[in-house]
Write a protein that binds this ligand. Sequence first.
Ligand code: GRF
Length: 215
Amino acid sequence: MGDQQCCVVVLISGNGNNLQALIDASSNSGYTISHVISNNPDAFGLERAQRCGIASTVLNHRDFGTRCEFDSALQQAIDDQSPDLVVLAGFMRILGPEIVKNFSGRMLNIHPSLLPKYPGINTHQRALDAGDREHGATVHFVTEELDGGPLIAQGRILVNANDTAQELAARVQIREQQLYPTVVSWFASGRLSLQQDQAVLDGAALPRKGLQINS
Ligand code: GRF
C-alpha cells in the first residue's frame, strides 16, 4: 500500500462489535475506515460509525426486487468510495457471483466457526451438538462459495462441559475482535494477498486452515 493508508469499507448488518474493534485498532494499524454500509437500517453498528465520525450508507435489501438489483446498488455504493479493501463484519446477506468476482482478493469475511466446519448459521449450537472440544472464528478471503474462500487465520477457544451457545458466542466474539484487526493490518501493510486461490502472507502460502492465533 506504500505510504498511503489502506482505505477500507466495512459492511455490517447488526451490532457491530467487529466494526468497533476495527475502528479502535485503525489508528495504528495502517488502515482507515472510510465508510460503513448496512443492509439493516436498525443496525447498532451504524450508531457506532456515527459516534466515530465515519460516514455510512443504508441499503435495505427489502427495498430491492431481486438479489441482483441489491448487489448492483451495493457495488455502486462501494465503488463510490474506491476502497482498497472491503471487510464483511457480521454482514448477513449472501453476495452474488458478480460482486464477489469484482472484489476478488480485496474482500474479507469473518465467520464464527473453525472453518471448514459449520459454514452458514447457528455455528455455536452446531459445535455443541457435535461435542467439539474446540471452537472459534476464522477470517478468510471471500469467494463464490459461502464461507468457503481461502482461510487466512483462526482464533480458537476451548469448549467447557456446560457451555451454552450464548457463552460460546461471547468467547468467540472476544477472539474475533483480536483476529480481524490483525488480519486487516496485514492486508493494509501489503503483507497479505490472494494468489491463485491461495492466501499468501509475507510471500509464503498460508496453511489450509490459516494461521492459528491464540491470543
Ligand atoms: C460475528 O460473530 C461474525 O463472526 C458473524 O456475525 C457476528 C457479527 O457480530 N459473521 P458483530 O455485528 O460484529 O457484533
